[in-house]
Ligand binder design. Sequence first.
Ligand code: ADP
Ligand code: ZN
Length: 215
Amino acid sequence: MRVILLGAPGAGKGTISTLLVEQYGIVQISTGDILRNEVKKGSTVGKEAAGYMNRGALVPDQVIMECIRERLKEPDCAKGFILDGFPRTKAQADALKALLAGMGLVLDAVVNLEAPEDVLLRRLTSRRTCSNTACQAIFNIYTKPPRVEGKCDVCGSAIVQRDDETEAVIQARLSTYREKTAPLIDYYAKDPVFFAVPCLDAKECFAQIGARLKK
Ligand code: ADP
Ligand code: ZN
């Protein structure tokens, strides 16, 4: 099964991806994770991407397409994949269409996850990450607070907001989304595999997606 998950930052793409991975045994391909990994490694791609990421802007399309082209060649993609956070621009969507056609692959679903703006903001500002780069455990001040305030349960290091999860950068990410990525909803809307699902409760959202995928 091959699925695209669309949705604003904080819409729940990561959470829903994890559930789809468990249920269908397919892989999650998150361009955000790929890029963060490159930044951590200090690679050429990482060095180029970091500046864009830290101000809530999009990394250039060519860089992203190179990452995706390489990733889709990996053998674990044969069973199927979830594209989480990609495509994010019309240019990426066009390039993906050509790439998949060239590989003889078709999409089974393009799902738009919907959540109101206040929910997005609350989710995005409540995440905390362990500052120890070897640990990087994730917490949420409302739903998964650490046992000791401000300290990682796993390694005891300070927990912090990710560089791109401060209030100012979150606002920038949301406006980048509205300008560059939201138009993809219209781009895919006429496609028979497209559908939209509200994503307030993750389990309920996942159940609705599962019901649609069986049809
Ligand atoms: P979110 O979806 O919550 O914004 P991600 O982890 O998907 O977070 O992405 C983090 C950052 O990585 C984005 O703000 C952007 O700078 C960059 N990024 C990720 N995916 C793409 C993409 N497909 N195109 C351009 N930039 C991307
Ligand atoms: Zn830790």
